[in-house]
Design a protein around this ligand. Structure first.
Ligand code: 7TS
Length: 437
């Protein structure tokens, strides 16, 4: 086996990288991509659900974790557990080194120029709340506009709504076409003299649309408007380079990139973060405190009040090392093969309609099956060991755009196989049989 096809487990940057997984029969989908070997790194995949081998196709909600991530967290708790940036003892020094190292890993992952521009948060939801609170609120005036798109997850709607309610600002929304692609002309038309910030998802969680964020940022900057990119669904599939994008803010969640829950990061341009007031007050984020007034710590600590999720950060660094060792381009190629196979297999099923057919699409299929509620589809698939999500996907405005209360969504990750795509199609044929009775 060439180094190129080696499972990344052993090369993880985590201090506790586990032994390489045992070689498994190879079943390459994309050239040089040994998916069976990759699967061997994920303990949770090797179980059955309702008596069937698990086909985990709910990666848009969260991903399973490779052994390297689990081991990194266990190693931290077994050896290095201490608070950071305060102890003078050996454990605290190790914990601090691991935590700072994790920030450097995130900085590299995002292509950020400086670790000062990387703020650890719980995830995308907290990142957007931080920006809406600390960047937008102090600047917004009555009649100012926040420009979003019809494809946004609630996490990129509600924080702005809260800021708008308090300031008298209004939300403007870029519509999409029947394929689920943003109408760029409409975007340009809506970018007006009152637009104060643009918030856009890099990839839609409900439809899979990859949005033209680079062009959107360029157009916004031409008018002096900053842009926040919600990268929750992009980070697992697309190589991110915040400098090439020139975005002002970029957010992602660790748990969707094969890392732990409760940890993610907000990238923000230093000049913007510097000018923003703190989001939360407490320890870690101050320079000096008196009862009269306090002064703030330097970036990024100003935005990290309290004891951070140190173990989560260590796990996230291991996850980043894992996907980078595998290669984001190779992951994307593998997932594209799965997307094409799923699109073709589902197109063959009578009464099934795929919702979201953008030309540039990430690896998920959202669909409705005539005469069957999406929740029933999800439940019958679950009985066959196939995990999907059914519902509005926390993107109610998109559902409304397509006149649907819900869809069923299968979202693929780096460990999914063509056999699982076939299982999904077979499972859906079974759903039709059940409802034909
Ligand atoms: N933005 C997008 C585009 C998302 O898909 C999600 C989560 C979030 C923000 C929020 O991320 P969090 O980590 O802060 O919760 N999306 C989904 C999903 O599609 N199914 O479950 C969660």
């Amino acid at each position: 086996m060439s180094p190129d096809t080696t499972s990344p487990t052993a090369s993880s940057a985590a201090s506790s990288a586990s032994a390489p997984s045992a070689p498994a029969p190879s079943a390459p989908v994309a050239a040089g991509y040994d998916v069976e070997r990759v699967r061997a790194d994920f303990p949770a995949l090797h179980q059955s659900a309702h008596g069937h081998p698990l086909a985990y196709l709910d990666n848009g909600a969260t991903t399973q974790k490779p052994r390297a991530v689990i081991d990194a967290e266990v190693h931290f708790y077994e050896h290095d557990c201490a608070n950071v940036h305060r102890g003078v003892h050996a454990l605290s020094e190790r914990a601090t080194r691991a935590f700072d190292g994790a920030r450097a890993a995130v900085q590299r992952f995002l292509g950020a120029p400086s670790p000062r521009e990387v703020v650890f948060v719980r995830g995308v939801t907290e990142a957007i709340n931080l920006v809406a609170h600390s960047y937008a609120r102090p600047r917004l005036r009555e009649g100012d506009e926040i420009l979003l798109t019809q494809l946004e997850h609630h996490a990129n709607i509600v924080p702005w709504q809260l800021a708008a309610r308090e300031t008298g600002a209004v939300l403007k929304v870029v519509p999409c076409n029947d394929r689920g692609e943003l109408l760029f002309e409409e975007y340009l038309r809506l970018l007006g003299p009152r637009t104060r910030i643009v918030g856009v998802g890099h990839v839609s969680n409900a439809l899979g649309t990859v949005n033209p964020v680079r062009a959107m940022i360029e157009a916004a900057h031409a008018q002096g408007v900053p842009v926040l990119v919600d990268g929750a669904q992009a980070a697992p599939h697309v190589r991110i380079d915040v400098q090439a994008l020139d975005c002002d803010f970029y957010a992602f969640s660790g748990h969707k990139v094969y890392g732990p829950t409760g940890i993610g990061a907000l990238y923000g341009k230093e000049t913007l973060l510097d000018a923003m007031p703190p989001y939360q007050g407490g320890g870690e984020m101050i320079r000096r405190v008196t009862f009269q007034e306090s002064t703030w710590a330097a970036l990024p600590m100003k935005f990290e009040a309290g004891t951070p999720n140190v173990a989560g950060a260590v796990g996230l660094a291991a996850a980043i090392a894992y996907v980078e060792a595998l290669g984001l381009e190779r992951i994307a190629a593998h997932e594209h093969t799965l997307l094409e196979a799923a699109t073709a297999a589902l197109a063959d099923l009578p009464g099934l309609r795929i919702v979201g057919t953008a030309r540039d699409k990430a690896s998920l299929v959202s669909f409705v099956l005539e005469g069957v509620h999406p929740h029933d589809v999800g439940t019958i698939l679950d009985r066959q060991g196939i995990a999907v999500r059914a519902g509005h996907h926390c993107a109610m405005p998109v559902m409304e755009r397509f006149g649907l209360p819900a869809t069923t969504r299968a979202s693929f990750g780096l460990y999914n196989t063509l056999a699982e795509v076939e299982a999904l199609a077979a499972g859906l044929r079974k759903v039709r049989e059940v409802f034909a009775r």
